[in-house]
Design a protein around this ligand. Structure first.
Ligand code: SF4
Length: 413
């Protein structure tokens, strides 16, 4: 039977609703020495060739006749050269490699709120490579979630997860190599957050500080998530990464490397090393390794080839404190999360000057984001659902996260 190119089926929505599964992911079927995992990397060629070369070191035969879900990072509706989304040729290489091993392959994503999955696949170039190969693309938000219990969870005890995660035998995380303003980096472990259903992703950003824990609740929650949502294989795309204000407001960084590993923590750790970051300084990786979910100590990881330091290229770190500053605007930020911050930052970079130039008075435009405001000045532009309680004080734009183009639409430009 011919495969569909895109799956938007609602058919099994009700059947899946409130289904509870204790454990989502089984143990990886791929060979790994868990005390000294091997991580393979390739550079020097194009993204497709680098990815094929790195993947060729893994015996994919256990995927024969299995259903394989490729989970790239296509969380935003942007082109591949931005360094925000996974390069389409890396996804193409993964499709081809698993197909040649006899697997039934699909590509799935659940993007951030406000982004339409299939549009993001189109813009990223992934829809085109999938179409060429007649490979199924899945909007994982269409069907209902399954609830996954997290027995070892500290910050969270369950998650609402896209149901494809239980339907597929093998899950492959294919992130972009990026710094992240709230979690240090976002690589193959963190990329699995894109398997959380619809806007439930945002809930991890809104957890209260846990007493007795110095780590941020978001980091603890990601480590909790990785106890049940760990990929069977990781392919990290460092073709064009992102440094500084990642995951979406930083600067693209071309590295031209692809890494592949069975141990997601070890693969992330070697990627961190190439980025000039110690995985021990990335809280969710440190905590996950302490709990035994994977290896991050580079002395206990076998990099193949060994000379990875030759391609090491330190990434500019995200700032310790994010302060959004833009001439002519006063930003009131109280306990917002990264989705609101990056939306506002992108809006100001793209439209801020244009907006400022059209305003006749010299007063700053005041914008509030986040849930922590007791009051805001009259006339404030309150952006995002967290500011809804102040909407009578000024102008209110709903959304969680809000959409940048809708901020612009509130002004008569
Ligand atoms: S409205 Fe903004 S700050 Fe509030 S939860 Fe949503 S994205 Fe985060």
């Amino acid at each position: 039977m011919k495969k569909q190119h895109a799956d938007n089926s609602h058919n099994s929505a009700d059947a899946d609703k409130d289904a509870i599964v204790d454990t989502v992911l089984s143990h990886t079927p791929f060979n790994v020495d868990s005390s000294c995992p091997s991580i393979f990397w390739a550079s020097g060629d194009g993204p497709y060739e680098n990815a094929r070369k790195a993947i060729s070191n893994i015996d994919l035969s256990p995927s024969k006749n299995k259903r394989v879900l490729l989970k790239p990072n296509v969380g935003r509706n942007v082109a591949p050269e931005t360094g925000i989304t996974t390069h389409p040729q890396v996804v193409a290489a993964a499709i081809d490699a698993f197909r040649q091993s006899g697997a039934d392959v699909a590509v799935g994503e659940s993007p951030i709120t406000g982004v339409t999955t299939l549009e993001a696949f189109e813009t990223s170039g992934i829809a085109a490579v999938a179409k060429e190969r007649n490979c199924l693309l899945i909007d994982m938000d269409v069907r209902q979630y399954v609830t996954v219990k997290i027995p070892d969870g500290i910050a969270i005890k369950s998650l609402k997860v896209c149901s494809q995660i239980k339907d597929y035998d093998i899950i492959v995380s294919i992130p972009v190599m990026k710094t992240h303003m709230h979690t240090g980096v976002t690589l193959s472990v963190k990329n699995m957050k894109g398997c959380l259903w619809r806007r439930t992703k945002v809930e991890l950003h809104m957890l209260p500080q846990l007493s007795g824990h110095e780590d941020k609740p978001l980091d603890i929650a990601i480590a909790d998530m990785s106890s049940v949502l760990r990929p069977h294989l990781s392919i990290i795309d460092g073709t064009i990464g992102m440094e500084g204000l990642g995951p979406s407001a930083g600067e693209p960084k071309a590295l031209g490397v692809v890494l592949v590993g069975v141990d997601a923590f070890a693969t992330d750790s070697l990627a961190c090393g190439i980025m000039g970051i110690s995985a021990h300084d990335v809280p969710h990786l440190r905590m996950g390794a302490e709990r035994g979910y994977g290896v991050i100590n580079l002395d206990s990881i076998s990099a193949c080839p060994q000379n990875w330091k030759d391609i090491k290229s330190p990434f500019a770190p995200p700032p310790d404190e994010l302060s959004i500053e833009f001439a002519g605007f006063t930003i009131l930020d109280q306990q917002s999360c990264s989705a609101c911050q990056s939306t506002l930052l992108m809006f100001l970079r793209k439209y801020g000057k244009q907006l400022r130039d059209t305003m006749s008075d010299d007063e700053d435009i005041i914008i509030a984001i986040g849930k922590g405001h007791e009051e805001v000045p009259g006339g404030t532009l309150c952006v995002g659902n967290c500011t809804a309680m102040h909407k009578k004080c000024g102008v209110f734009l709903s959304g969680c996260p809000p959409v940048a183009s809708e901020i612009l639409a509130m002004f008569d430009l």
